[in-house]
Design a protein around this ligand. Structure first.
Ligand code: PLP
Length: 387
């Protein structure tokens, strides 16, 4: 009889993927579904990046690369972050960087502090690696951000990591330089706590962005920066992300990666190198587009009764409070409300429970304005009829 390992008790494919797959199935069954559930830009990967991949494949860059990534790509990442190659690992998406880091460092029962709401995979990756996720509520009233006081309270002798995500998925919150400094001051008194700063949405910032590494250089000896090409360059399918951190940590992560994937795809690494060294005008053009969508979605949602939507500072999600709508429609949970919207209005959005904060929902605006307008119109008319 089949038996799952205890290590993956309670772990399933993420609720985000489940909803997106349900929406895709409904579409395949002939329903006209507007999916606003996925965090993948609707833009294509830039042509020059695809061309570089093509050239690399034709030039024979089709074998295994070094486990940690090609020297060219690691050196470029290192140069852009003012470190050396030994501080860089290239992995199969930013997600694998997170998994490598947790597998390489956590012993059973080690704690990882996760400000909540958080990207769905954080807690599952920690659990799979044998750690204990310590979620710290960061409600809308505090801009969905961790306060220094709450950080101090959450730290125990077992704490191994603080996982910080700025700009945040799902809230779009960005920690300012002074907010990072305030957190760093708490961490200064707890030298056993390391920081994983996931900055995958760095280039999708509508307000000034400060990297944790820049704001808190004194913690460089225990900071891992996570980044990648997936979001900004619209390259989610190429699966390239990287980690930048202390050399002993990077070596341990390379050891883990070597036993799991052997390393990232050679062609994708050539593509990522082209992205990193190429013209960045495309990024600023797209950012303007995302900004217009952000305003459209925030305005549209705030016009609906029972929905309160703060303006996100970064990424391409809004994370409104929908408790008014839940009360009005008699929905016990935000999951019920989102399921109802999918069934009745054929709009797919993700309930806040997927991010550890019920009473909210995440709407992605990584979609074209037509889809966004259609989704908003459907939501508004469904809400009018839900009482
Ligand atoms: N980190 C955050 C906060 C994300 O939202 C995502 C993707 O949704 C990732 C990491 C994973 O990125 P990648 O597709 O490069 O693995």
């Amino acid at each position: 009889e089949f038996r799952r390992a205890a290590r993956i008790n309670g772990i399933e494919i993420s609720q985000i993927v489940q909803i997106s797959e349900t929406a895709a199935q409904m579409r395949a069954d002939g329903h006209d579904v507007v999916a606003l559930s996925t965090g993948a830009p609707d833009f294509p990967t830039p042509d020059f990046v695809i061309q570089a991949a093509h050239n690399a494949a034709l030039a024979g860059q089709t074998g295994y690369t070094a486990t940690a990534g090609t020297n060219e790509l690691r050196d470029e990442i290192a140069a852009q972050s003012h470190v050396t190659r030994a501080h860089v690992i290239v992995s199969t998406g930013a997600k694998q960087v997170l998994a490598n880091a947790m597998l390489a460092t956590l012993n059973d029962g080690d704690e990882v502090i996760i400000p909540t709401p958080y990207w769905t995979s954080y807690s599952d990756i920690v659990t799979m690696a044998g750690g204990t996720a310590v979620t710290v509520p960061c409600p809308m009233s505090q801009g969905f951000k961790l306060t220094p006081e709450d950080l101090e309270k959450a730290i125990s002798p077992e704490t191994r990591w603080l996982m910080l995500n700025s700009p945040s998925n799902p809230s779009g919150a960005i920690y300012t330089k002074s907010e990072i400094r305030a957190l760093a001051q708490v961490l200064a008194n707890h030298p056993h706590v390391w920081v994983l700063a996931d900055e995958i949405y760095e280039h999708l910032s509508y307000v000034p962005f400060t990297s944790f590494a820049v704001a808190a250089p004194e913690l460089a000896g225990r900071t891992l920066i996570v980044n990648g090409v997936s979001k900004a360059w619209a390259m989610t399918g190429w699966r390239i992300g990287w980690g930048i951190g202390p050399a002993p940590l990077i070596r341990a992560m390379i050891a883990v990666q070597g036993q799991i994937t052997s390393g990232a795809c050679s062609i994708s690494q050539a593509a990522a190198l082209a992205a990193l060294t190429g013209d960045r005008k495309l990024l600023s053009d797209r950012l303007q587009d995302f900004d217009a969508r952000r305003k459209l979605v925030v305005g549209g949602l705030n016009a609906m009764a029972g929905i309160t939507c703060p303006e996100p500072d970064g990424a391409f999600y809004v994370f409104p409070n929908i408790e008014g709508m839940m009360a009005k429609g008699g929905f016990a949970t935000c999951t019920d409300a989102c399921n109802w919207l999918l069934e009745k209005a054929h709009v797919a959005i993700v309930p806040g429970t997927a991010f550890g904060l019920p009473g909210h929902a995440r709407i992605s605006f990584a979609y074209g304005q037509d889809d966004l307008n259609e989704g908003l119109t459907r939501m508004a008319s469904a809400l009018k009829n839900c009482v």
